[in-house]
Design a protein around this ligand. Sequence first.
Ligand SMILES: [Zn+2]
Length: 327
Amino acid sequence: MPDNLSIARLVEELEQRQRREWPLVRSNYDAVDNAMVRDLWLGESLVVLQYNPQRRASASASLDAASLAARPCFLCRDHQPVEQEALEWGGGEFKIQVNPYPIFSRHLTISLTEHSPQSMANPHRVVDMLSLARDLPDYVLFYNGPLCGASAPHHFHFQAALKGVMPLCREVMNPAVWPDENQLEGTDDGFIGFSKREGRFLFMIKSTQPVQAALYFARLQVAMMQATGVAAEPMQNLLCWAEGDDLYLVVFPRRKHRPDCYGTGPGKLLVSPGSTEMGGLWALAERKDFDTITADVLRHLYDEICIDNHMAVRIIECFQQESFQKK
Ligand SMILES: [Zn+2]
């Protein structure tokens, strides 16, 4: 079993090899490296726009059940191009692959070897995510819920993005964001807290201990289900990374996937917001959208697709009742 360093090295070699030997990957990563970007400030939150025409297929994909059933699963080995290599992880339970349609100059897809639905209900999945963050210290792991940006909701997968590109990660590592009144619970090892960053209500778990982080996450999932009254997985996006001894796990509860203005043409935006948009990076397939989006438009989009204050309070109350019942 390779140690952490050698997994990171094997991944780097895989990326270099695929870029060297697979023309589609080479041209798509060259395009991302040279993509036009534009910075927008929403108050103190930085948001980066990226013009990325290759994202059109993913941004405009039909996600209704019939369309999904008719499409071959692109994460199953049998349907993948022969050029696409894989690196085993987690004793062969997962495969790590280069994402052939990147948003980041290093962008991985980490999927279950078996075809099995996108769901965090299995408590092992968050442990997998935290372990991957430790094993891949150059990356931010992310997870799009089955109704919140996952383009393959029938095949469990994480993605990994080169660190430093999603501005929100840096923002929430600032201790000033986490005064005591924003912390729900904590110990010497870590805490769970909440914050609202320009329309994006989020929970953050920071801990040196994976077990503590996983327990806070499990309790938060229960609280989110109780608050929304939905028995299935709550609509959500997740970001997770390691920095020194600390593990960070950010949960964005969502109320809507695509905004009402979704589409092409005048007054429309071709956006399908998932974890990367929550992290402050908007990859836009339409040049018109890239040129015209303003900070105000983004603020409205975040308000529309993220939970409102009323729901946030309900989730916090459910979390606290749950901890009260435990004592
Ligand atoms: Zn599959």
